[in-house]
Write a protein that binds this ligand. Structure first.
Ligand SMILES: C[S@@+](CC[C@H](N)C(=O)[O-])C[C@H]1O[C@@H](n2cnc3c(N)ncnc32)[C@H](O)[C@@H]1O
Length: 275
């Protein structure tokens, strides 16, 4: 495991790593390893409730390692890796329906994708399914906790559909800020560079998203980052935002795609003259 980058907001919070109730020796060892990776304290579970353990350690949040998953708990909010709507979107694509993100990317088998805002990895899974074994998807995520939970989830989640499971396993996760990473890349390193930043104004509340929202970076993207992304993209830079968002104009996206009735849209910057 590569050590996490320090995300400013997240590093101000105190998290403690523990196990589910009645852990095995292996679970205890796994949680100690995770605590060491994050440079956090490990706390033996000792049959304590989540609430009691949090107050005993004055922790803002707990990372609870069980056999099936790593659960992040902060107050009443929980977050753990789950492929979300990826399976349904893939089923619809296979039934001939248009997936607006795939269509905006004009994504094909064999393409390489840099997902600069991986979050819970749903978009990355759909992209990885389409690019297939001959393509690649790299996901960047600056929250150390989100990136590690999603990285482990993508590698271990047991998905019924083998092709979707393989698509998950192929995703390469990097815990970093996208601007920093883009600086290190050569011109045309990826076919598609994708951004799905936190909406300037959130659309709706959902318990799963809210817990991750607390860890997520909400900084707006700057124009220089989009210019760097355009240099790194051999074909397109694509950004998802609310349909009516001023972000498209601010960041220089002139071509906006998306279903007429959808609340979200995709801004596209295309490199000319690429077949
Ligand atoms: C709206 S979510 C992305 C959701 C994702 N497309 C999915 O399908 O699950 C945005 C994510 O980007 C991350 N993020 C925001 N700014 C970032 C940056 N500068 N570098 C890397 N990740 C960033 C946030 O922490 C958050 O997890």
């Amino acid at each position: 495991m590569a050590g996490p980058t320090k995300d400013k907001a997240e590093s101000k919070l105190k998290f403690v790593v523990t196990t589910s109730l009645r852990p095995t020796h292996e679970l205890v060892e796994n949680s100690k390893q995770l605590a060491a990776h994050f440079n956090m304290n490990y706390a033996a579970r000792r049959n304590l409730s989540i609430k009691d353990l949090s107050s005993l350690f004055s922790a803002d949040g707990l990372l609870i390692v069980s056999f099936q998953k790593i659960l992040f708990v902060m107050g009443d909010n929980k977050f753990f890796f789950h492929p979300g709507l990826a399976g349904l979107r893939i089923k619809e694509i296979n039934n001939g329906k248009t997936d607006q993100m795939i269509s905006a990317m004009s994504l094909k088998k064999g393409y390489s994708v840099l997902d600069c805002t991986m979050g819970l990895g749903t978009d990355a899974i759909v992209a990885s399914y389409i690019t297939g074994a001959t393509g690649s998807v790299t996901g960047l995520e600056c929250s150390p906790v989100i990136s590690e939970l999603v990285r482990q989830g993508l590698q271990s989640y047991l998905e019924e559909d083998k092709e979707i499971m393989l698509a998950m396993r192929r995703i390469n996760v990097i815990n970093t800020k996208h601007k920093k990473h883009l600086t290190s890349l050569k011109t045309g390193s990826y076919d598609i560079v994708y951004f799905d930043p936190m909406f300037r104004y959130p659309r709706r509340k959902s318990p799963g998203i809210n817990a991750a929202r607390m860890l997520a970076n909400h900084d707006p993207i700057d124009r220089e980052t989009i210019e760097m992304a355009f240099n790194v993209a051999a074909r397109r830079v694509v950004m998802k935002e609310r349909r009516d968002s001023d972000e498209f104009a601010r960041l220089g996206f002139k071509h906006i795609f998306g279903g007429r009735h959808s609340p979200v849209a995709y801004g596209v910057k295309e490199r000319q003259g690429v077949p």
